[in-house]
Design a protein. Structure first.
Length: 364
């Protein structure tokens, strides 16, 4: 059996790689004879925009030239791991995808169904694909049922999917408005797989030298930065960036890191402050104290949905909530309860995924 995965594998961020890697890995662990790979279908303007954003340089937020040099190195580290994934030849059309001979295509995870984004493509809604097609934890991102102009390819495409699972509330609401089919909620793939974390000695030494607060991709204002710095100094802690560097971080050495070193830093952090879905997911996965600092509507929607799923809304801070991120970190989480939820949802997510693979495998 041959399975192709349509996702945003080419986006240069850790979450995009880790979710794609997890989905491939759990399938391979269960089905040793199944040939599974990422379909190398890219939206060029989406890839260019992401690359430009990756190198964004803002001295006002503490960016430095030393950090920029490390980010350039990180870009090529991302490329190395992206290219190491099992992947098809580069394809640009549905006909070219059909020629790859898949028995099943899985669309997801990530914001593959965001039709308001530059990454939108009817192909991700199954247009002209001639093999069975399902989703796994697809997200519509900033696109919602309230949008006035929903492309016809979206409406028609959703109806042709053999089975549908989404990862958040807004996506579920939108898909249910188009179809009477059952729409399942499944966990992001990062919750399905136990990563084998490999890391360099220098990263391990930094992690073990002092307790540290890990910062990942959030737009902190000067007041929050001041509170974090004061707390770290008073408590003998480092402040580390997970693949990023600001002039108030303790070292630049955690900028150019591998995806597995990135996960290792989450796993061993005293606490995590992040503004992203996957940053929050890894904090939860590794049972770390965290604060999700969200300043954009799309992030508030998708991270908020994740937190509600695990009853962790108290650990979300937005611009409308005047709360110290340190106070949020110090608010103890009952992870024994959260882990029970993850265990249950993980089982149902794998049941959906494996059930569909069994359904379309036949004797292949």
């Amino acid at each position: 059996m041959r399975i192709g995965i349509l996702t945003h594998h080419y986006v240069k961020n850790f979450g995009a790689y880790m979710q794609a890697n997890a989905l491939i890995s759990v399938i391979r662990e269960k089905y040793s004879l199944v040939d599974v790979e990422v379909v190398d279908y890219r939206i060029s303007k989406h890839e260019r925009r992401n690359d430009i954003h990756f190198f964004g340089f803002k001295p006002t937020r503490g960016d430095t030239f030393l950090g920029l040099i490390s980010k350039i190195r990180l870009f090529f580290t991302h490329k190395k791991y992206e290219n190491a994934m099992p992947m098809s030849r580069r394809v640009k059309t549905a006909d070219e995808i059909n020629s790859l001979g898949y028995d099943l295509i899985i669309v997801g995870s990530d914001e593959v169904w965001n039709f308001n984004d530059i990454a939108y493509s009817p192909l991700k809604f199954g247009e002209k694909i001639n093999c069975p097609i399902i989703t796994y934890s697809a997200s519509t991102g900033g696109s919602t049922v309230m949008d006035e102009h929903i492309p016809e390819a979206v409406r028609a495409g959703i109806l042709k999917f053999e089975d549908i699972s989404v990862r958040d509330e807004k996506s579920e609401e939108l898909v249910r408005s188009f179809t009477d089919k059952e729409v399942k909620r499944t966990l992001d793939p990062v919750f399905l797989y136990d990563y084998k974390l490999v890391y360099r000695a220098k990263i391990e030494n930094i992690a073990k030298k002092k307790p540290y607060i890990l910062i990942y991709d959030c737009n902190l204002d000067s007041e929050q930065v001041s509170i974090i710095r004061d707390f770290a100094m008073k408590n003998g802690m480092n402040i580390l960036g997970a693949g990023e560097y600001r002039n108030w971080y303790s070292t630049v050495e955690t900028t150019n890191i591998t995806p597995y070193e990135w996960a290792y830093l989450f796993k061993n952090a005293w606490g995590v402050i992040t503004g992203t879905f996957h940053g929050t997911s890894f904090a939860i996965k590794y049972n770390r104290p965290f604060a999700a600092y969200l300043t954009e509507k799309n992030r508030i929607n998708k991270v908020g949905s994740l937190l509600r799923e695990f009853q962790l809304e108290k650990w979300m801070v937005t611009l409308n909530i005047k709360q110290s991120l340190i106070d949020t970190l110090l608010n103890k989480i009952d992870y024994s309860y959260v882990n029970k939820l993850i265990y249950d949802k993980r089982g149902k997510s794998l049941e959906y995924l494996f059930g569909n693979i069994d359904r379309f495998s036949g004797d292949k």
